[in-house]
Design a protein around this ligand. Structure first.
Ligand SMILES: Nc1ncnc2c1ncn2[C@@H]1O[C@H](COP(=O)(O)OP(=O)(O)O)[C@@H](O)[C@H]1O
Ligand SMILES: [Mg+2]
Length: 277
């Protein structure tokens, strides 16, 4: 679905931000892109919908070379949720905002209406469809931006820190929606600083540092090589750190969640089960 071949990118100001990336992402993957501030994550994401074009090398989306196709064509394949929702909300009502993409696709009115209702329902905005987004909370505006994405039904969803500014419950709600989309076959790439969310939702981690890939692999493998994370100022989730404290032969195994740890302990012989009732 996504191919980066020896991708280099420098902003016009001259600084090289992406340095020779070779990455291939298949349909239906759920990828977390992580790394410190300034590592190049947002710049990486902007390559995926043609907002930025490679300085050298190639980026292909579903076989389309981003340097050769129109950004509007890529926008049908790749939905992009910006870090700041206010960068993508322009219209005076939630309804119009959600309708904008499908209308641009030239869909018939009934289809546009159906998509508005479905997207609003999915993000819990049905009650505020006729409000002006300006008067909504930041969390709600993030949902408006997300619903605008959903109404386009893009195959690839690119989410730049989608849970920033949301409380815990809202973060989980957003990520559950993303998970459902992934289960329906959409390819997901998201940036986050929250390693608990990575453990819970992603299946693959790409760790960037100064525009290069430090490690790219399954979440479980990457989190159990903590030296790679700590070298970039990140810590694995707490449950992973706990398992790591036991060393090589951790009785917990390479767990990624409290649920898995619980199952591992129950597996010791039902002791925990008896005690916990
Ligand atoms: N529009 C821009 N013009 C010039 N430099 C930029 C621009 N946007 C980002 N940068 C620089 O590119 C580097 C990577 O930024 P970014 O991709 O935003 O990283 P991240 O999202 O990982 O924090 C930073 O050093 C940043 O200062
Ligand atoms: Mg960023």
């Amino acid at each position: 679905m996504i191919e980066m071949q020896n991708l280099w990118y420098a902003y016009p100001s001259g600084q090289t931000v992406l340095a020779g990336l070779n990455i291939s992402i298949k349909r239906g993957e759920f990828v977390a892109l992580i790394g410190q501030n300034g590592a190049g994550k947002t710049t990486f994401l902007k390559q995926l919908n043609g907002l930025l074009k490679p300085t050298s090398g190639v980026v292909k989306i579903a076989g389309m070379d981003t340097s050769r196709v129109k950004t509007a064509k890529l926008a049908q394949k790749v939905g992009f949720l910006f870090q700041n929702p206010d960068h993508q909300i322009f219209l005076p009502s939630v309804r119009q905002e959600i309708a904008f993409g499908p209308k641009n696709l030239g869909l018939p009115d009934e289809e546009v209406e159906a998509r508005i209702l479905q997207a609003a329902e999915a993000v819990g905005l049905t009650a505020v469809l006729d409000e002006n987004p300006v008067f909504l909370s930041k969390g709600q505006r993030q949902r408006v931006a997300f619903a605008s994405l959903l109404s386009m039904r893009p195959e690839i969803l690119v989410l730049d820190e989608p849970t920033t500014g949301q409380d815990y419950r809202e973060s989980i709600e957003i990520m559950e929606m993303v998970r459902e989309l992934n289960e329906a076959g959409h390819t997901i790439i998201f940036v986050t600083h929250d390693m608990e969310l990575v453990a819970r939702y992603a299946r693959r981690i790409i760790l960037l540092r100064q525009g290069r890939v430090v490690v790219d692999g399954p979440v479980r493998e990457v989190f159990y090589r903590p030296e790679l994370l700590t070298a970039t100022g990140l810590l694995p989730p707490q449950i992973v750190r706990l398992a790591l404290m036991f060393g090589e032969n951790s009785p917990l195994g390479r767990v990624l969640s409290v649920e898995e740890a619980y199952e591992a302990i129950v597996g010791w012989g039902g002791v925990a089960h008896d005690r916990c009732g």
